[in-house]
Design a protein around this ligand. Structure first.
Ligand code: AMP
Ligand code: GLY
Length: 423
């Protein structure tokens, strides 16, 4: 079978690596890919936003199955176009992808179907939004409604911060159209978890829950990033919590989405806050998390291609997902300066040595080849992921590999997994 993966991050490297192990994968392509993905797939220089070139490629090369990594092409309707061509594809169509594309849409779904989440209000006019802050006070959370690459969320501890966030989003249009509307929410207190389910239209199969570290610096301090590390399992998500998440959040969402004529297919990623009252939904993403996907793919024992194809073709009812018993942990290495401005094109050495470590995968994200060398080509650059009997052991292995990588222009957090490792 000929498979095409869309994307260029650590998540897509992990997906390509897992899919390439399947005996049914005859040819694997990735658009646009990166320098690491080149080792397991043929990379095609087509941007994820260039849907017409992707569709041309699919037709000309008789691709049998497409797996879409990032949210952009999902929200833009890539799955709808592929379905029109009769080509199986993994991911939701544009209408269902709007649950990530509009935070307000998801909040309204929660409201209609009694799904536990933070209290909220939606505004398309800044003065009304500020009046709401005046009445409700801080702390409060202000969010651009649309896609803002993880940068459109402001946790505001005083009212002035909240007014400034509204000005930045709505008056200064810092996120363009994504900020034409804001969602203002109650601040939830607790620990976060990432909960993933595969949905084929009828069957819902939970994957292993994970946790990521969004803040740039140790101790979960500093600006928010796309994610600086992740691990699974998530000890916080006990069997009891997982059952509550399924019954109170996931199942009502999937039913509600279908009733609202947005039936969901693909992977639904619930960002949760585990509060004293129980799990509450922060937001939905309609794709795998990055970096959560990397440890999840390393623990997956089942054939990844078969699983994702069964999901796309509505056959999950015949599926029992198998996992390695071990834990997995991923450390993200980012360019110095990320998530602010950073240099590209800096040389990275030691990758081969790090990759030779047992039970370690060095997944690439923002990397490129320059002459014979691997250089940085983005903010998050590598996802060093290891298996271990425990999270603690996986952490030790991951950092051993990180220390073999010689990249003076990069940095990583030193404490990934700290919430899960008690001693
Ligand atoms: P989102 O893009 O909506 O997932 O928000 C990004 C991050 O902001 C989340 O992972 C949380 O750390 C934080 N966050 C968002 N909404 C809330 C909330 N209502 N209460 C507390 N933290 C939040
Ligand atoms: N790691 C969080 C995300 O992928 O959005």
């Amino acid at each position: 079978m000929k498979v095409l993966v869309i994307g260029s991050g650590g998540r897509e490297h992990a997906l390509c690596w897992a899919i390439s192990k399947s005996p049914n994968c005859d040819e694997l392509y990735c658009a646009p890919g990166n320098a690491g993905i080149e080792k397991v797939a043929i990379t095609i220089p087509i941007a994820v936003s260039d849907l017409s070139s992707i569709l041309d490629f699919v037709k000309k090369n008789s691709i049998n199955f497409v797996v879409v990594g990032p949210e952009g092409p999902l929200v833009d309707g890539l799955i709808d176009h592929l379905e029109d061509l009769g080509i199986p594809a993994f991911g939701p169509n544009a209408r269902a992808a709007e649950y990530e594309g509009s935070k307000g849409l998801t909040k309204d779904l929660c409201d209609r179907y009694n799904i536990p989440t933070a209290r909220y209000a939606r505004f398309n006019e800044p003065n009304a939004a500020k009046d709401y802050i005046r009445v409700n006070g801080s702390p409060i959370v202000v969010k651009a409604d649309g896609l803002a690459a993880g940068k459109g969320v402001f946790i505001c501890y005083d009212d002035n911060q909240a007014y400034s966030a509204i000005d930045l989003i709505m008056t200064k249009s810092a996120f363009g159209e994504a900020g034409s509307e804001v969602v203002i929410e109650e601040l939830l207190v607790g620990e976060e978890a990432s909960f993933f389910v595969l949905v084929d239209g009828k069957t819902i199969l939970p994957l292993v829950p994970a946790q990521d570290h969004k803040a740039a610096f140790d101790g979960d301090k500093g600006p928010n990033t796309g994610g600086m590390g992740a691990y699974c399992p998530a000890p916080l998500v006990t069997k009891e919590i997982a059952d509550r998440v399924m019954n109170e959040i996931i199942i009502p969402t999937i039913r509600g989405a279908a009733a609202d004529n947005r039936p969901f297919k693909g992977v639904l990623f619930a960002g949760l806050m585990i509060t004293e009252e129980g799990p509450k939904l922060i937001e939905y993403n309609v794709r795998f998390g990055d970096p959560e996907c990397q440890p999840i793919m390393m623990r997956l024992k089942s054939d990844a291609l078969e699983l994702l194809l069964a999901c796309a073709e509505g056959r999950l009812d015949q599926y029992n997902i198998e996992w390695h018993k071990s834990a997995a942990l991923c450390v993200v290495m980012a360019a110095e300066g990320y998530p602010g401005s950073y240099k590209k094109g800096t040389e990275i050495k030691g990758l081969d040595m790090a990759s030779k470590e047992n039970d370690v995968m060095v997944f690439h994200a923002g990397t490129a080849k320059k002459n014979m060398f691997i250089v940085s080509n983005g903010g998050r650059v590598l996802s060093v992921t290891a298996l271990g009997k425990t999270i603690k052991e996986a952490k030790k292995r991951a950092y051993k590999a990180v220390n073999l990588i010689d990249w003076p222009d990069g940095y990583c957090r030193k404490d990934i997994g700290w919430r899960a490792i008690k001693d």
